[in-house]
Ligand binder design. Sequence first.
Ligand SMILES: *[C@@H]1O[C@H](CO)[C@@H](O)[C@H](O)[C@H]1NC(C)=O
Ligand SMILES: *[C@@H]1O[C@H](CO)[C@@H](O)[C@H](O)[C@H]1NC(C)=O
Length: 344
Amino acid sequence: MKFSLVSLFALVASASALDTSAPLMREEIINKVNSAQSTWVAGVSPRFVNATVANVQVLLGAVLSHEPASTHFDLGPREGHTYGLTAVPDSFDSTTDFPGCEDLIGHVRDQSSCGSCWAFGSTEAFNDRRCVAYGDKQWYAAEDTLACCSGIRCGLSMGCNGGQPTSAWAWFASTGVTSGGDYDVEKGSTCNPYPFEACAHHVDSDTYPDCPSDEYSTPKCTKECIDGDFKTAYADDKVKAKSSFTIRNEADMMEEISTNGPITAAFTVYEDFPTYTSGVYQHTTGKSLGGHAIEIVGYGEEDGTKYWKVKNSWNDSWGDGGYFKILRGSNECGIEGTVSAGLV
Ligand SMILES: *[C@@H]1O[C@H](CO)[C@@H](O)[C@H](O)[C@H]1NC(C)=O
Ligand SMILES: *[C@@H]1O[C@H](CO)[C@@H](O)[C@H](O)[C@H]1NC(C)=O
């Protein structure tokens, strides 16, 4: 597990208690979850069938707000807007409720073996908000964010070793992001396709190539399009956000989502989380594995339980078609504590 320098100390302190070479999909965890509560169902995820705890920790690259204040990048409130003046629907799903954007918002990406969740959770929300605002169907590049949003301006984000999703939003506003998208986008169609192919650990199947034994190293920020067949120059391909801000509570999050589209958030992943298959997740058993950034696309209520609908970047073969629901309104696993977005 690698994220900020400061959280490395916390990691060292807790490492003794966690067996990182253990299989991630353990029967004892699955059975405990399924007998302990009734809001969500655990099972063996095909995405992680033979993975170890360490394999998933590589993916958890987000700095959370409850970590020491000095490391967290706070954007301040949305300027010129007062929340709560308009009625907000009781339930909303960006993947179906923004006509014309279903395919784009509904698409699940795959961060492969790199702690780039912070670049995905932020770039995808930017991408989806562009569709909501302008009907823009362009794919934007998590790769550009991953490689080029670094240093002080980006909250000391460190590429595949982790970063700050909130700082990425500030970077969209100041610098902009290029076109991009998945690993296998058609040649010549975008500036920065994702450089790492979807992969799996210790499986025999032909569906996935093997992941590298450690993790991929951060791509270099060359300020040139990776795809040499793409005709627009890197600088000309950049698209900027108009603003970036932090969102502080459940009601404001709901208003943002139902009005302007998905938002970026982060939460603590515990050992039971990777076994999620359906229902409304709440931490039930297992130790903390690290901070993970994602995109919240909707909210609602299921059998009396309030939830956020969240899009992950672990392929659509993980979870519920690549998505999960998590308890809403009680800052479950810190999900309401590190929330950001911007106007695009
Ligand atoms: C998801 O995994 C499959 C392999 O099962 C792969 O073909 C596909 O490209 C992956 N999706 C993304 C967005 O990378
Ligand atoms: C998981 O690993 C075991 C032992 O190496 C192997 O027999 C099994 O086929 C693997 N599962 C998949 C889906 O490849």
